[in-house]
Design a protein around this ligand. Structure first.
Ligand code: ATP
Ligand code: MG
Length: 560
């Protein structure tokens, strides 16, 4: 094996084998086939990265095909959102296509099936059809309508098409084998009646083809070489192939279905239908709520396309079901933001510090880099004055030697500024510290090169000048579910595991440079984490989302 083939995933191995067996490289063609019944989630990103990644690797076209055969659940809003998400991830589809564009072709092929005696109209209830299917260990029972004449079937199907039957009254079934060991082959349904307007075909059609009949034939129409889907369709492959057998002609490429494992992520759920339930029940504020595992939610939360693609690469393509730890996703975004986010100062839980020997009314604008460890970030001036804010947790009256923050009688350095020493503190009647009185060493300004500035001080704190600080609303998110696998309990549903404390809204004091931050801008709030400007921000009212804390406090909380 060469170095190159060793790093191929198993789908790529299949393709390499097909190429070696004579499939022309120019015949390679892929598709990403979402149903527009919700917003894309991080699981879809696996499929997007896989399919578009194959397109890039083999320089082959990748279609975006909307699998839109159920007007009851599909909407234009979802089509638009899906396109936006794929574009944001940085992928370009060759063609934007819709299964609904093939309704006429599918219908024509269906007429041929009926004429060949391979399809029949069944007038039984769905319940009757279900019980007749049998079980994996017992054969099914033929429908009493199974042996209608071709003429009768053609006439009834025509009536179905013309809207002469109510929803659920009749279906068209393929006539395959009611005792087949694969349950999907026991006369599967080809068409059902649905009297709902379709987002593209309006009321032109009131019969709609089922997934299996539509998918393979759409692949065939588009001449998709490799139709990659998730494992639950493995048992459908036989039917996929049977349907293709009915239409494929020898001069055309025959698509091939192959399956990979769905991506599952810990502490969340991954199904559009269930995510819709979260939206509709008001547990979250919308599909793009930053707590959602949707691509739009992650984007709003401050995730970058690079981080999501990196995550896809690291979690890989598998043949077996598995769950990826959400901390891998969090690692990926921290890893990326670490290299691109300017580092600024904001105090999230403030206590006032008065520097008693700093002249009243004086202010200085201190030179501060946006990143001390990398070139190219530039810098800004941060104002300093007699009263500043630091984090409450950064001060203790007394603490042991390991507490390198501010304590009475000891010194800390203020980032980009001076060394201060805590002299005393003021407390309210309940004993909470409300103000800390410090002195500063005038000669200790960072970067001044003076002897005092070079003194080794263990702790460095972030801070903001009280009178210059800009207030901001900060939305601090925790996991949406308190259980690692909310969807995997026999006696309870995922809704039972919604974390009631997944959103905390606080007011932070930010350095004034943040006043000009734009929606979507991302920052590291030093020592606190990564934060981005939310779309709810407006002139004079900054709103930040916490993308991810610098350190993970979750593991610690769990073991407490
Ligand atoms: P959902 O239950 O979330 O609606 P779905 O599979 O019904 O999922 P589709 O819109 O049909 O959603 O999916 C489009 C493509 O994305 C399909 O090829 C599907 O196999 C793939 N896909 C969906 N969910 C995942 C996942 N969790 N991991 C990997 N691929 C996925
Ligand atoms: Mg689906």
């Amino acid at each position: 094996m060469t170095e190159e083939t060793k790093t191929l995933n198993f789908i790529e191995h299949i393709i390499e084998e097909d190429l070696a067996n004579g499939l022309g490289k120019d015949k390679l063609r892929f598709r990403f086939p979402p149903e527009p019944n919700g917003y894309l989630h991080i699981g879809h990103a696996a499929s997007i990265c896989l399919n578009f990644g194959l397109g890039e690797r083999y320089n082959a076209p990748v279609n975006l095909r909307f699998d839109d055969t159920n007007p009851a659940k599909e909407e234009q809003e979802y089509v638009d959102a899906i396109k936006k998400d794929i574009e944001w991830l940085g992928f370009k589809w060759a063609n934007e296509l819709y299964s609904s564009d093939y309704f006429q072709q599918l219908y024509d092929w269906t007429i041929d099936l009926i004429k060949d005696g391979k399809a029949y109209v069944d007038e039984q209830s769905s319940e009757e059809i279900r019980t007749q299917k049998g079980t994996p260990t017992s054969v099914g029972t033929d429908s009493p309508y199974r042996n209608r004449s071709v003429e009768e079937n053609l006439a009834l199907f025509e009536k179905m098409k013309n809207g002469e039957f109510d929803e659920g009254a009749v279906v068209l079934r393929a006539k395959i084998d009611m005792s087949h060991n694969n349950m999907h082959m026991r006369d599967p349904i080809l068409y059902r009646v649905l009297k709902k307007a379709h987002h593209r075909t309006g009321t032109d059609w009131c019969i709609f083809p089922m997934y299996d009949w539509t998918h393979g034939e759409s692949d065939y129409i588009e001449q998709i070489s490799h139709s990659i889907c998730t494992l639950e369709f493995k048992s459908h492959r036989e039917l996929y192939d049977w349907y293709l057998d009915q239409v494929v002609t020898s001069d055309k490429l025959r698509p091939k279905q192959r399956e990979f494992a769905r991506r599952n992520l810990s502490y969340t759920i991954m199904s559009k239908r269930k995510l819709l339930q979260l939206v509709e029940s008001g547990v979250v504020k919308g599909w793009d709520d930053p707590r959602m595992p949707t691509i739009s939610g992650l984007r709003r939360r401050g995730y970058t396309p690079e981080s999501i693609k990196h995550f896809s690469e690291l979690s890989g393509i598998s043949k077996r079901d598995n769950v990826t730890d959400v901390s891998l996703l969090e690692f990926c975004i921290k890893d990326h933001l670490n290299t691109i986010a300017p580092r600024v100062m904001a105090v999230l839980d403030p206590v006032k510090v008065v520097i008693t020997n700093y002249p009243e009314g004086k202010e200085e604008f201190l030179d501060a880099n946006y990143n001390d460890y990398a070139e190219g970030f530039g810098g800004r001036d941060v104002p300093f004055s007699r009263e500043i804010y630091i984090e409450k947790e950064d001060f203790r009256e007394e603490a042991n030697k390991k507490f390198f923050r501010l304590k009475l009688g000891k010194e800390v350095r203020l980032k980009n500024a001076y060394i201060i020493k805590a002299e005393s503190c003021v407390k309210d009647t309940e004993g909470n510290v409300t103000e800390i009185h410090c002195t500063y060493d005038e000669d200790s300004l960072s970067g001044s090169g003076s002897e005092a500035s070079l003194r080794k001080i263990k702790g460095t704190l972030h801070w903001v000048s009280a009178k210059h600080a800009v207030e901001a609303e900060v939305r601090v998110y925790d996991r949406l579910f308190s259980d690692e696998a909310p969807d995997n309990h026999k006696d309870k549903g995922f809704m039972d595991f919604v974390n009631p404390n997944s959103l905390e809204v606080i007011t932070a004091f930010c350095e004034p440079s943040l006043a000009s931050a734009k929606k979507g801008d991302t920052f590291q709030f030093q020592r606190k984490g990564y934060f981005c400007v939310d779309k709810d921000s407006s002139e004079g009212k900054l709103v930040f989302n916490r993308t991810v804390p610098l350190r993970d406090s979750w593991a610690k909380m769990e073991t407490k």
